[in-house]
Write a protein that binds this ligand. Structure first.
Ligand SMILES: CCCCCCC/C=C/C(=O)SCCNC(=O)CCNC(=O)[C@H](O)C(C)(C)COP(=O)(O)OP(=O)(O)OC[C@H]1O[C@@H](n2cnc3c(N)ncnc32)[C@H](O)[C@@H]1OP(=O)(O)O
Length: 719
């Protein structure tokens, strides 16, 4: 796991060999210990270079090992021996030096980076801190403010920025190992004492307390309830106020508080879930690593509304020529200006030049005859979408792939009107499409494995986290949203206020509670869907009992809010009031309070005191319960896929892992008991009835989330 060679007759070259990222597994740590001992004791060796195989220095500690008992040599004493030695040790950083990888490099006396390398201490994103000396050594090297920022955010820096900050000594465009070997030979005669970071005093700003206080407040505001960044601040404080030997002990104590925490487990689960989601499998056995995606050299986007514009930008900025289509001249011109503006702002932010030349704008579908792929993003109306696909079938060459950006319509019904149902798939982008990372790739029963592979690979190319899901109303994300938001409105009827419910959800970790989020998204969208599905509006049979629709409990309060023209932020009024249309600062509105009170009086509902615990349980357990049903129905292949959808598309707090992981952390038995309890109290709410899969998992002893698949695999898959 660490290869030893003697080069240039006196330099020991130690290469970490643990593909794909040369993580510091127990075997690698053994390898480093053995090879370093050999290098330091061999009189022929005057200097040492450490590098990683396959152009990657080191991706840090092996995260998979965190789940079990720690084996192998502990990292800090091992690395101490590198720094303490009398022979210069140079880290040759290619690819990445992350987490324990950068910490290893910080124990070396010198660091040479390839110009394409990325460096960072991302431990905080995994719920832990850089406990291999990183919190004590980086501040000594680059000062408190810069180290604090890198350690508390986990941000990766480029080699050039690392050079500016003083993290590396040289950046090269040549082979970093070869440059490091030459560097090491030149360093042989030089004194090493000033190169040992543990012996340096941390340069301390005069306003240390104020700085730490400001960063703490910023973290508490941005990452409410998240432990690791706060522990990082405390560790960096120790670097500023304690000698190294005590600081390193403090680092280790703080790590102990985080290492086995639920938050660390959740964040590490998220890391792997995100990677698992890309590994799709279809019932036919076709899967991500054996189907070749088609190469997409040109694309078209139909409809330049909010979604279409974001999709066009997402395609053009990764170098795909795009033809954008609108139905009338004025809309086309507005769309053109918006897309170009977005592309320019995006390019400016990324420090690259905008790719205008990749965009063409047209009024005619006939211009699409030669494109490789079309993404339809017209208004969410089945008849309109069908007419677009009928036209496309006439115009496009037979091999063109057809994608629909719908948030919940039947993808197979659309495929059915085309001449190529096997080449039709859903690509559900989230708004704004050039910002949001999630893409649901909706596989219809007739979608071929080739189009699934192509849509997944295109999503990846556009920088999206793509998840393959089956075709049902709302797919995964929006289907689960309904029971969640229904519970919130039922709780309003029963005695809660929008601000109380939002606060409970925000304290849980959501960036926005359900009502603030609905105000942002626009309340009219859901109202239209409810009207179309006959839940409200003139089509509802007047004989229908109040507060019941289609045989189950229904809360009309959201419809009453819309009837008053309150559509959320855009109208300046919604569940909250805003200072102006488009305003973002939500204030509780006494008119909403009156509306709810009048409603309760009309139906004789006696408001009761509702606890935050009940809000969280009812909203989140109903959400997870629908997730279990989605797994049963084969609409999602794995709980990880559902969690990734909620993390990237719906603002579920990452340190809770996603709705399915959260349910497993609470304990499936407890979730089952609480759902049974709430269902007994509300028998007319089917979403509260525990799903058969939840019951089955509890009966099997509540296996960890990674094992649920074994209990679902016999079930029918719609993927
Ligand atoms: C023994 C206890 C010591 C305590 C010491 C505490 C101090 C140190 C702590 C740490 O170092 S924690 C780890 C910090 N490092 C990271 O967070 C980096 C994580 N990895 C990445 O960001 C990326 O993987 C990458 C390195 C930038 C490469 O990205 P790329 O897109 O090229 O590939 P991926 O698909 O992400 O990864 C490929 C493959 O490798 C697995 N993997 C990546 N990093 C690790 C890791 N550190 N440990 C274990 N496995 C890792 C990843 O899951 C993929 O696996 P597969 O999906 O292919 O199975």
């Amino acid at each position: 796991m660490a290869r030893y060679e003697l080069v240039k007759r006196s330099v020991a070259l130690i290469t970490l060999t643990n593909p794909p990222v040369n993580a510091l597994s127990s075997a690698v740590r053994h390898g480093i210990a053995k090879t370093m001992e050999r290098a330091l004791s061999d009189p022929k060796v005057t200097a040492v270079v450490i590098c990683g195989e396959n152009g990657r220095f080191c991706g840090g500690a092996d995260i998979r090992e965190f789940a079990g008992p720690l084996r192998g040599p502990p990292l800090v004493p091992l690395l101490d021996s590198i720094e303490a030695g009398e022979k210069p040790v140079v880290a040759a950083i290619e690819g990445v030096a992350l987490g324990g990888g950068l910490e290893l490099a910080l124990f070396c006396h010198y660091r040479i980076a390839h110009f394409k390398a990325r460096l960072g201490l991302p431990e905080v994103t995994l719920g832990i801190l850089p406990a291999a000396g990183g919190t004590q050594r980086l501040p000594r090297l680059i000062g408190i403010p810069a180290a604090l920022e890198l350690i508390t955010t986990g941000r990766h820096v480029s080699a050039q920025e690392a050079l500016k900050l003083g993290i590396v000594d040289q950046v090269t465009e040549q082979n970093a190992c070869e440059v490091a070997v030459e560097f090491a030979l030149r360093a042989v005669a030089k004194p090493l004492s000033s190169r040992r970071l543990s012996s340096l005093t941390t340069p301390c700003p005069p306003n240390l307390d104020a700085l730490l206080e400001a960063v703490t407040m910023q973290i508490q505001k941005k990452a409410r309830g998240v432990m690791a960044p706060l522990a990082c601040v405390q560790a960096v404080r120790a670097a500023a106020t304690m000698p190294y030997s005590q600081g390193i002990k403090r680092e280790s104590e703080l790590m102990a508080t985080l290492f086995n925490s639920g938050q660390a487990r959740a964040l590490q689960y998220c890391f792997f879930a995100e990677r698992t989601a890309g590994k799709w499998t279809l019932p036919s056995g076709a899967q991500w690593n054996d189907i070749k995606p088609r190469e997409i050299r040109s694309a078209a986007v139909i409809g330049l509304g909010t979604m279409g514009r974001g999709i066009a930008v997402s395609l053009a900025r990764v170098g795909i020529p795009v033809i954008a289509v609108e139905s009338d001249k004025k809309l086309l011109e507005t769309g053109r200006q918006m897309v170009i503006g977005m592309l320019e702002r995006d390019a400016k932010r990324r420090g690259v030049s905008a790719s205008h030349n990749l965009l063409k704008f047209t009024l005619g579908l006939q211009d699409l005859k030669d494109v490789d792929l079309v993404i339809e993003a017209v208004f969410e109306d089945m008849a309109l979408k069908k007419s677009v696909f009928r036209e496309l079938s006439k115009v496009c060459r037979p091999a063109t792939l057809f994608c629909t950006n719908t948030s919940g319509l039947d993808v197979d019904a659309l495929a059915g009107v085309t001449d190529r149902p096997q080449l039709v798939i859903g690509m559900h982008f989230f708004s704004p499409a050039h910002v949001m990372k999630l893409l649901e790739v909706v596989c219809g029963p007739r979608s071929s494995s080739e189009i699934v592979a192509t849509a997944m690979s295109l999503g990846k190319r556009m920088g999206k986290v793509s998840v393959a899901v089956g075709n049902c109303p709302g797919f995964v994300g929006n289907r689960m949203l309904k029971p969640y938001s229904d519970q919130a409105t039922f709780l309003l009827e029963e005695g809660a206020t929008p601000e109380q419910i939002d606060k409970a959800l925000e304290d849980f970790g959501f960036a926005m509670g359900v009502f603030r989020m609905s105000d942002l998204a626009g309340l009219d969208v859901g109202w239209r869907v409810r009207k179309e599905s006959g839940l409200t509006g003139p089509d509802v049979d007047p004989k229908n009992p109040p507060r019941r629709r289609q045989g189950r409990k229904y809360c009309p309060i959201p419809d009453m809010v819309c009837e008053q023209g309150r559509f959320g932020q855009k109208t300046g009024r919604g569940w909250y009031m805003y200072d102006k249309p488009g305003g973002t600062k939500a204030k509780p509105d006494p008119l909403i309070q009156n509306l709810i009170e009048m409603y309760r009086n009309r139906y004789g509902i006696q408001p009761r005191n509702i606890t935050d615990q009940e809000i969280i349980e009812r909203c989140l357990f109903a959400l997870a319960n629908e997730g279990f049903r989605i797994l049963e129905d084969g609409i999602a292949a794995r709980p990880e896929d559902i969690d990734v959808i909620y993390l990237f598309g719906y603002g579920f707090p990452r340190h809770r892992g996603g709705p399915m992981f959260y349910a497993s952390m609470v304990g499936l038995q407890r979730v089952l008991e609480r759902l049974e309890h709430y269902h007994q109290a509300h028998p007319d709410v089917p979403h509260l009835e525990p799903s058969p899969l939840l019951k089955k998992l509890v009966a099997c002893g509540s296996p960890p989330v990674q094992k649920w698949r074994e209990h679902i695999k016999t079930m029918h898959s719609h993927l």
